[in-house]
Design a binder for this molecule. Structure first.
Ligand SMILES: Cc1cc2nc3c(=O)[nH]c(=O)nc-3n(C[C@H](O)[C@H](O)[C@H](O)COP(=O)(O)OP(=O)(O)OC[C@H]3O[C@@H](n4cnc5c(N)ncnc54)[C@H](O)[C@@H]3O)c2cc1C
Length: 473
């Protein structure tokens, strides 16, 4: 595995630190008619990681963030019972960069708190303990699938060990030739009938199971395989805001909030960025870390090459909304069923969740339930969730309260949860979205090659920072 890079050694090898320190700094920038050496668009994990590395190397950095807060898809809801995490928070054992930052800032980590998640099944509008599933009339599956819990069904169709040789193999043309096809078609070819496909589609990231490439499933499987061998998931003490605050607080350069970038223009001797409201900034290089969903709305001059433009406009994003509900009394003691629910209805996953700060219900609405969230205001979503919960699990009535809705697809600066690849995207686009365009560089989880999630965001920020340092040095 190649990700264990020593940043300091690499920066020293590039000779960037000395070069930048000699000519850098605010005064030097101003003398050269620039606001910074590097402008970073987006202050999520990718942007913050890139900014920290560039500053360590002596560069003057300006961060432009559209939202009124930093963090992007990392968001601890401090004002909600149990302080739930609305975005990324599970730290995998292979998250070398995240773990290095945790250590650097002296933060703590903890393992899983509380009981493992135990599901009651709600299928075909019947609620039952998972132990009854194999014999249930509502179970439409033939042997040997009947005995598998529906939430573990995908494992019956994917190869037991990932056919990808390494973490980056998903980008190899030979692998893409073989595996970059619609996931649903592959499942059918493996013997999944309509009933199995219905259950496999429950809570799926994409609206339709055939919208996703099998290659993306295999990539996720490969990452999971690596992680399983390395150890358990961990969580940051005090929540993700602790890490976010530490990274943000360590920066020396300027951060402009509520600064939505609308255009980027590369000139012969610099690059300029416009924000909504008329502010304009100039630097030697720009790193864009914004999701493709919002990059599509930024005018880029001169325009991106055709293939890169097509990738930016068409690589799809998953959808998921979280609804967090305070639990006032243990309803599972009232009806004797496992606390969490896995359903093929409008509440695909209801999880009793335990954080360091308390207990709450985490209702994750993906698949068809998310289409409802995207098309309705949050208060209507909350009403739907409360009514549906009461209907399918009457014991929750009076024991669970209204809480908070977080629909990532409706948030203007994300418009989705994470990028994935549709059938044929890997063959067609490869890693074209990572390629610099003159003085404009790209980062963000959607450009990560080896890792995914939080670590993918940091991997991409690091790669883009080194690209820039090589050119500045
Ligand atoms: C519900 C959910 C759960 C997740 N769970 C996990 C998990 O447990 N573990 C894990 O590893 N990962 C998880 N992830 C993924 C992880 O959170 C993301 O991969 C990571 O936070 C992405 O960071 P980023 O910097 O690439 O993008 P972002 O965090 O989206 O940062 C991009 C920034 O750009 C800003 N921006 C957008 N448009 C503009 C513009 N025009 N001008 C200026 N700024 C702009 C945005 O406001 C944002 O701050 C989860 C994600 C979600 C949504």
């Amino acid at each position: 595995m190649r990700i264990a890079m020593n940043r300091r050694q690499l920066i020293r090898a590039l000779g960037a630190s000395a070069a930048l320190s000699a000519g850098g700094g605010l005064a030097a920038c101003a003398r050269r008619g620039k606001d910074a050496d590097v402008i970073i668009i987006g202050a999520g994990m990718a942007g913050l990681q890139a900014a920290m590395l560039l500053e360590e190397a002596g560069a003057r950095v300006l961060l432009l963030e559209a939202d009124r807060r930093t963090g992007g898809r990392v968001f601890t809801l401090d004002n909600v019972d149990g302080r739930p995490e609305a975005g990324g928070f599970e730290v995998g054992p292979m998250y070398a960069r995240v773990l290095a930052q945790v250590q650097r800032f002296g933060l703590g980590l903890h393992g899983w708190i509380g009981d493992p998640i135990r599901y009651a099944l709600h299928i075909d509008d019947q609620l039952m303990p998972a132990s009854q599933w194999a014999q249930a009339d509502e179970n439409p599956l033939a042997e040997p699938l009947r005995t598998r819990p529906p939430f573990a069904l995908a494992g019956a169709f994917l190869p037991e060990a990932s056919p990808l040789a390494s973490l980056e193999s998903w980008l190899e043309p030979a692998a893409a030739q073989r595996w970059d096809l619609p996931y649903g078609d592959y499942l059918r070819a493996q013997g999944a009938d309509d009933a199995a496909l219905h259950l496999l589609s429950v809570g799926f990231t994409a609206d339709d199971i055939n919208d996703m490439s099998l290659m993306w499933m295999l990539r996720q499987q490969k990452v999971r395989e690596f992680s399983r061998e390395a150890g358990p998931l961990q969580f940051i003490d005090g929540g993700m805001h602790a890490l976010l605050g530490a990274m943000h607080g360590s920066l020396k350069g300027d951060l402009e909030l509520a600064c939505a970038v609308t255009s980027i223009e590369t000139m012969r001797d610099g690059i300029e960025v416009d924000c909504a409201g008329g502010r304009r900034y100039r630097a030697d290089h720009v790193i864009s870390t914004v999701p493709l969903t919002t990059l599509r709305d930024i005018a880029i001059h001169p325009g991106l090459p055709e293939l890169q433009r097509a990738a930016v406009s068409s690589i799809p994003y998953g959808h998921g909304s979280s609804v967090f509900l305070p639990v006032r009394e243990p309803y599972w003691e009232a009806d004797g069923l496992p606390p969490s629910i896995w359903s093929d209805g409008m509440l695909p996953r209801v999880m009793k969740w335990q954080s360091q700060q308390g207990e709450y219900l985490w209702v994750y609405l993906s698949g068809k339930a998310n289409i409802f969230c995207r098309n309705n205001p949050d208060d209507v979503v909350m009403e739907m969730v409360m009514a549906e919960l009461k209907r399918i699990r009457p014991a929750t009535q009076g024991r669970v309260e209204r809480g908070e809705v977080m629909c990532w697809s409706k948030r203007p600066w994300s418009m989705g949860t994470f990028a994935y690849r549709g059938p044929g995207d890997v063959r067609r686009f490869g890693d074209v979205i990572n390629q610099p365009h003159g003085r404009l560089h790209f980062a963000g989880e959607h450009t990560a090659v080896l890792s995914m999630g939080l670590e993918g965001a940091m991997e991409s920020g690091e790669r883009a920072a080194f690209e820039v340092l090589e050119r500045l040095g």
